[in-house]
Design a binder for this molecule. Structure first.
Ligand code: ADP
Length: 167
């Protein structure tokens, strides 16, 4: 059975992530989406909240599992018997960083490959941080976030910005 891992921060999961998830789930027998603890990022949502949001938006995809880990990705892959990492590549900015990470992961675990799926045209410049920024301006988020999480996400943004002068 070919098991692939789709790792990321998913803070929150966007329609761009979901597009990669659906495409990767068609290619592999099982896709494990792993919310990674990233010491360099200061997330808005807890690990468990991010896992729950991803579970909600992938409930209709039978071969997807959602997990979280603070392990090194190369070690995590070994533990779950996976030899492929899936990454989404957006225009320009992702390549250098992702290429470097792919080389490091392969050095740490020579059985581990990284496969890149190009972002769909409509999600090419979509990022979790952009959605968080837009949300503070009360913009319609239906082109950016899966419908199932929009209400919860907006509530959280409203609570976080209580006391500010934006609605
Ligand atoms: P970000 O880089 O926005 O903080 P994540 O760390 O959650 O997002 O990203 C996890 C993976 O999803 C990475 O491989 C990233 O390149 C990819 N990704 C993020 N946004 C998109 C998008 N809009 N389209 C395709 N892939 C994406």
């Amino acid at each position: 059975m070919k098991i692939a891992i789709y790792p990321g921060s998913f803070d929150p999961v966007t329609s761009g992530h979901l597009n990669i998830i659906r495409r990767a789930a068609e290619i592999f027998d099982k896709l494990v989406i792993c919310v990674m603890v990233n010491a360099g990022k200061n997330p808005m949502f807890t690990l468990q909240e991010r896992v729950e949001m991803i579970r909600k938006v992938t409930a209709d995809i039978p071969n997807v599992e959602v997990d979280c880990s603070d392990q090194l990705l190369a070690e995590y892959a070994k533990d779950i018997g996976s030899c492929v990492i899936v990454k989404g590549l957006r225009a320009g900015s992702d390549f250098e960083n992702e290429f470097q990470m792919a080389l490091v992961n392969r050095k740490l675990n020579p059985d581990l490959d990284t496969m890149f799926l190009s972002a769909d045209q409509q999600y090419m410049s979509l990022s979790s941080s952009m959605v968080k920024e837009l949300a503070t301006y009360n913009v319609d988020l239906s082109d950016f976030l899966p419908a199932q999480i929009i209400a919860d996400f907006k509530n959280r943004i409203a609570t976080t910005h209580q006391g500010g002068n934006r609605k």
